[in-house]
Design a protein around this ligand. Sequence first.
Ligand code: AMP
Length: 361
Amino acid sequence: MFRQGRQLSIAASLFRYPAVAPSSLRHYSFEVFRDVSPLRKLRRDLLLSRRTVGLVPTMGALHEGHLSLIRQAAAENTDVFVSIFVNPTQFGVNEDLSSYPRTWDADVAKLEQVNAELTRENGGRITAILAPTSKTMYPTLPPSSEIDGDGSFVTITPLSRKLEGASRPVFFRGVATVCMKLFNIVGADRVYFGQKDVQQTVVIKRMVTDFHMDTEVKIGPTMREDDGLAMSSRNVYLGTRRRAIGLTLFKALKAAESAYHSGKLNRTDILDPSTSITKDVLAKQQALSPSERALFEVDYISLANPDTLEELEAVDPAKGAILSGALKMAPLEETNAGEDCGLGDGKVPVRLIDNLILKPL
Ligand code: AMP
């Protein structure tokens, strides 16, 4: 439920989180915070009662990937804080901030469902949701997505320039900045991130180390659909045709993983099988008519050092590697009557990322 006095101070015009209607202002099994100081008071009370807090930062549009992190946090802490904030500074000026799915009511229902499953005897429960406004998170200057925009930013280089950062130059600056803010606000004992966004895990671990932040970074496994597609809030935009072709990324990574497990250590030996899969699938799609095909572009397939994300010419079997990739699904050129084209009618380009960890042999 909302803390005393909070409801009155929540002016609808201040909300950047659009689906929070007055009907949502009801009693939950957790408290919902819009502001920092009441949440800090709760955090202090928990500390004094020797309880532990695990923070799961999210941008909402919750799915099993998020929920698995929350369950892990509940198993390892007495109290779980979930943040829901679509962070503007990690979206580039031409990226999909406005079309990012915002599903407050469904998110809260899922969190209630998780809390109903969790009992205090077995571990923790969700205690707090932090759903701040942009003004709360960026209290002085408006959040800028410009590369040379003004603001108080955290930059973690060179990690942030690699892989995802190469085509999304402000992305990790935004991620590191918002996570620094969230970590400072919550003061969590542990923070939880998904393996799905592997570069994010490396950047956040580096930030925690370099800034001597007093929290433990925990990584949960990637949750996948039955066919292997990594769950993502953006998958709702794919539709049936693009979803089937989007699975190519996972298949390509699996082929490279098999090469590694069959004893290959050289870059070309590991990555060639994945390149032939993506090339083959793309050629077959290009041969189809615009109403049948789903085109894509491979942004990168990377074989990198797990700590530095430097590209590897050969995997050191004692260290292993991160195998990761990004694929840009183009909008559908032509759609058919009755076709499931996903949210946005197949017009929204969808960037898919995935990775597999090549463990030391
Ligand atoms: P997001 O809301 O996309 O910013 O994600 C919030 C957290 O959930 C991040 O730590 C993500 O890595 C994690 N996450 C997203 N998708 C998955 C997934 N399929 N499996 C596990 N964790 C995920």
